[in-house]
Ligand binder design. Structure first.
Ligand code: CU
Length: 473
């Protein structure tokens, strides 16, 4: 804290020190105060308004302040950092006015984060979110009864929802046209109103997968901010951006369109403010907070993609295999076989193996809002149980967070969600083990299961994948 920056604390460490740690308790009382302000629908510092900045019901927009969240694109990280920062200032100001909070807590208060990665005991909601009452017997403002029942019982999410190996793997913030860079596609996108709807891997897992695992309000972008755990989840995603930077990741030029695009919020005095990525990239310096821990975790397979040559071949990716019919996914395992052709373009001319291999899952559509995330495997043998999460075949996750919103803005150019995976190293490993036949592949989808009983998800209808494509480069 050399420059006087406040520290956003790890809620697990706070609660280890003391159940209902004063910082956690002040959060609850602050949420209660903001909720009281809902009586005035025009108060931009109310709990309801703060959630509406992210999304309005029916995915309506009310520019410049409400219904403005950025997803599936490279503004996802800076937009949410701005959003959290101004929310934190509003909440901090509210906390200053609450008599029962002591001066020390008021001075130190910063938004805690929910770090669900790095241990089986972290895969659940911390106790202050699942207890129905505060320690004084009053209703707990942090409790939301419509979450996934197993989550509210304190049972763990599927560990794959919190994995960081894919999230932290990209070296670049913006990468190639398949946009598997850390930050996502270099476009502006409010729930898929741009045809290029490719999130960076961290936006998929853990971000989207944790939204889906908690479910309830958290499962719907229009209401997610109403669940108090939303803000701690996003503080953790914001922290992971710093972890990635600590690991050598480089942000785009703050002078570029990425850095200078303005987003609109209100401050704690209800005055309009603008925020840009350029204003928030230097977090402790510009924003006055830092994180308790931004060490790079050991993610097991982390480094798989890091070993890939950082130079991107100039040639565009070439589609060498694709499903011909849409594929339906359900609540159990689905195996999809497809033929793979040979590259005929520059990837072939170089001879030997392609430098990069991508798997794209495109046009994902669903009935209603299924709270499901699929783990994706490549060439998973029939006798391997996907519930054992066999790492040797694991590609990544397809979470369906926001699928309903995207369905409303389908364009001629794009339908549904898309996820793209760089599987270069996975393919190399499979080849070494004899698990790769260049003429055909099998892609397996298996839903993540939450809670100790690990029940299969109850889907309102089949999930449809428009196309699965394999690309060489
Ligand atoms: Cu989110």
């Amino acid at each position: 804290m050399s420059n006087g920056a406040r520290v956003r604390r790890d809620i697990w460490k706070l609660e280890d020190e003391q159940a209902w740690h004063p910082i956690t308790r002040a959060y609850a009382l602050g949420v209660r105060e903001l909720t009281r302000r809902n009586d005035d629908p025009d108060d931009p510092t109310s709990w309801a308004w703060q959630a509406q900045i992210h999304g309005l019901p029916d995915f309506a927009q009310d520019p410049p302040y409400r219904g403005q969240c950025q997803h599936f694109c490279f503004f996802f990280l800076p937009w949410h950092r701005c959003y959290l920062h101004w929310f934190e200032r509003i909440l901090r100001a509210a906390i200053q006015g609450i008599d029962e909070i002591d001066a020390e807590t008021k001075a130190a208060w910063s938004l805690p984060y929910w770090n669900y990665s790095g241990g089986a005991d972290r895969l659940r909601l911390p106790d202050p979110f699942i207890e129905e009452t505060l320690d004084d017997g009053t209703a707990n403002p942090l409790f939301v009864d419509v979450r996934r029942p197993s989550i509210n019982r304190g049972e763990p999410m599927d560990a794959l929802a919190a994995g960081l190996a894919e999230a932290l793997a990209p070296r670049r913030y913006v990468d190639d046209p398949l946009a598997v860079g850390f930050g996502g596609a270099p476009v502006s996108n409010h729930w898929g109103d741009n045809a290029n709807r490719t999130p960076g891997p961290v936006e998929g897992t853990p971000h989207g997968a944790v939204h889906v695992a908690v479910a309830g309000l958290m499962g719907d972008p229009a209401f997610a901010g109403l669940d108090p755990v939303f803000w701690m989840h996003h503080a953790n995603i914001d922290r992971l951006w710093e972890v990635w930077r600590n690991d050598g990741g480089e942000n785009p030029d703050p002078g570029s369109e990425w850095g200078t695009t303005e987003f609109h919020f209100h401050d704690e005095n209800r005055n309009p403010v603008t925020c840009t990525a350029a204003a928030v990239v230097d977090m402790p310096g510009e924003l006055g907070y830092t994180y308790e821990d931004t060490d790079v975790p050991d993610t097991g397979r982390r480094g798989r993609r890091r070993r890939v040559k950082p130079d991107i071949p100039d040639n565009p990716p070439e589609l060498v295999g694709a499903t011909e019919e849409p594929v339906e996914l359900g609540s159990g395992r689905s195996d999809v076989e497809m033929d793979v052709g040979r590259a005929t373009g520059p990837a072939a001319r170089r001879g030997g193996d392609p430098e990069r291999v991508y798997l794209a899952v495109e046009g994902i559509e669903a009935v209603g809002r299924p709270d499901v995330t699929y783990a994706v495997y490549l060439n998973l043998p029939d006798d391997e149980d996907p519930d054992d999460a066999p790492e040797a075949f694991y590609v990544g996750n397809v979470d369906l967070f926001g699928i309903e919103a995207v369905g409303r803005v389908d364009t001629d150019a794009a339908h549904g969600l898309r996820r793209t995976f760089d599987i270069t190293e996975l393919v190399a490993e499979l080849r070494e083990e004899g698990g790769w036949d260049a003429k055909a592949i099998t892609v397996t989808f298996s839903p993540l299961k939450h809670g100790y009983d690990r029940e299969e998800p109850d889907l309102p209808g089949p999930v449809k994948v428009g196309r699965i494509g394999l690309y060489y480069r």
